[in-house]
Design a protein around this ligand. Structure first.
Ligand code: NAD
Length: 502
């Protein structure tokens, strides 16, 4: 069976209608071999407008369904995901090249957010607030916000949608999803899985969940519509710089989850064996195509020669190749453009005095598949290309002598997503986590930058966009707050002692 046949079989098993992945105008290729695996019909801006209208109509009903009942739909979706985990995970590996455990791991993350959101559906708490006026009560309520437009990136093609959707649904909001044009098949799979949950649920309104397929212009149609209350956009900082101002112009709400240039510090007291294993996964896992991939490493000069040779060895020996036909830990880059950008960055680093280990193309026998050995680059200084996110497995390593320098370098990049320190020194760890330490949305001690769990709020500062998704109180981003004052007295006292007697 070739890969196109296997893809068709998986999609059919997931419940996707054949017409949705044959004879369309968008060719889908697998990065594993570069071969075409399906063609998907794309939507027009008019289709997008229709989807928004449907979502708006659905909102008028869904917002009044009790939140725990809304949670029941998410619970059912989680059950359907459990049943489809292997097939959807496999499809993820075929469509974006993840190794099997990461393909299934992404589906597990979807299941986890469903569990989390079901709990949240009974915890949409507002405050009761002390009032200065006698015979009055003050409180706040959280109400559904409106249709949510989810724009997602290729590298977490389905988990990010589920983070948004599970919360949006329990919060009372319909969703319109525009997946990455590089990963429409897993999106079709998710909608088919959701359709089964909707059927079991029974009385959800039409238009509660919508999918529009296309490139940036379709995303732009969502971004520009005043009927889309919230745009949750995940992708490059370049995309966020276009989307953010457009949504702001119409006073819409936005959650931006953009690029990262994540760094770690390895201090003299670090457990070097553990550090090496953490860095290897953080920097090489998912072929360096996680927003939280470890991209810069500041190593104290006293341990540099103990850690870096071992790391280089790991870079030289890690298995690179097709993870579905062998045991490779590092799969392909998404496409030629990603490979070219990696090579450009390495050439640039070399010119600036960088010493490169790895980085070369690995031949897997497919002209249109781009496998690259992860690159470790020892840099003399923290400047130039090091300060930019290249979405590929490149780890820049730089020596430091005092922690103050390392923290300063750490923070002097545009992005502010994820960060870590390896140390057994409590003062260093606490300093790194303090207001004067890492400026990122995620800061870790003795684990690397990637591999977040859904329980914590996920997102970052500065050019990462400032959005938060998933755990903690991220649900508030999908609701509007109303402050209510109720007078149960027969008087009308005004606040701040103001009198207005007529
Ligand atoms: P990308 O910016 O090329 O595309 C992301 C999505 O935005 C796609 O669906 C695309 O069609 C859409 N888009 C592009 N231009 C648009 C426009 N003008 N209006 C509306 N939509 C538009 O990103 P990518 O290559 O798919 O993903 C890689 C990038 O995403 C990296 O920079 C990575 O760090 C980032 N990322 C961030 C997070 C996070 O949570 N912070 C998570 C995953 C990926």
């Amino acid at each position: 069976m070739n890969m196109a046949e296997e893809t068709a079989q998986l999609l059919a098993r997931l419940g996707v209608a054949k017409a949705a992945y044959t004879s369309g105008d968008l060719a889908v290729t697998s990065p594993l071999t570069g071969e075409e695996i399906a063609t998907v019909p794309t939507d027009s801006p008019a289709d997008t407008t229709a989807a928004i209208k449907n979502a708006k109509t659905a909102f008028s009903t869904w917002r009044s369904v009790p939140a725990p009942r809304r949670g029941e739909l998410v619970r059912l979706f989680g059950e359907e995901l459990r049943a489809a985990k292997q097939d959807l995970g496999r499809l993820l590996s075929i469509e974006v090249g993840k190794i099997p455990s990461e393909g299934e791991g992404e589906v597990q993350e979807m299941i986890d957010i469903c569990d989390f959101a079901v709990g949240i559906s009974r915890q949409l708490y507002g405050l009761t607030i002390a009032t200065e006026r006698p015979g009055h009560r003050m409180m706040e309520q959280w109400h559904p916000l409106g249709p949510v437009g989810v724009i997602s990136a290729f590298n977490f093609p389905v988990a990010v949608w589920s983070w948004n959707t599970a919360l949006a649904l329990v919060c009372g909001d319909p969703v319109i999803w525009k997946p990455s044009e590089k990963a429409p098949l897993t999106a079709l799979g998710c909608m088919a899985i959701m359709a089964r949950a909707l059927e079991k649920f029974g009385d959800a309104p039409e238009g509660l969940l919508n999918l529009v397929i296309g490139a940036g212009d379709i995303g732009a149609a969502l971004v520009e519509s005043p009927d889309v209350a919230l745009i949750s956009a995940t992708g490059s900082t370049r995309m966020g710089k276009i989307v953010g101002p457009k949504v702001a112009e119409r006073f819409g709400r936005v959650i931006l989850e953009l690029g990262g240039n994540n760094a770690g510090i390895v201090a003299p007291s670090a457990d070097l064996d553990m550090t090496l294993r953490a860095v290897a996964f953080g920097a090489m896992g998912t072929a360096g195509q996680r927003c939280t991939t470890l991209r810069r490493l500041f190593v104290h000069s006293s341990i540099y020669d103990k850690l870096v040779p071992g790391l280089k060895k790991a870079y030289q020996s890690v298995s690179v190749g097709n993870p579905l036909t062998g045991e490779a830990l590092v799969g392909p880059l998404i496409d030629k453009q990603a490979f070219d950008q990696m090579q450009d960055a390495l050439a640039n680093a070399k010119e600036a005095g960088g010493k490169v280990t790895g980085g070369e193309r690995v031949d897997e026998g497919h002209a249109d598949a781009y496998y690259a050995r992860p690159a470790l680059v020892e840099m003399p200084k923290h400047e130039g290309i090091v300060r930019q996110e290249t979405f590929a497995p490149i780890l820049y390593v730089i020596k430091y002598d005092n922690l103050e320098d390392a923290v300063r370098w750490h923070n002097e990049v545009g992005a502010g997503l994820s960060s870590c320190i390896f140390t057994l020194d409590m003062q260093e760890a606490e300093l790194f986590l303090s207001a004067a330490g890492s400026d990122c949305g995620i800061a870790n001690v003795n684990i690397a930058t990637s591999g977040a769990e859904i329980g914590g709020a996920f997102g970052g500062e500065k050019e990462t966009g400032g959005g938060r998704e998933s755990g903690s109180d991220a649900w508030k981003g999908y609701m509007r707050r109303a402050t209510n004052t109720i007078n149960y007295s027969k008087e009308l006292p005004l606040a701040q002692g103001v009198s207005f007697d007529i």
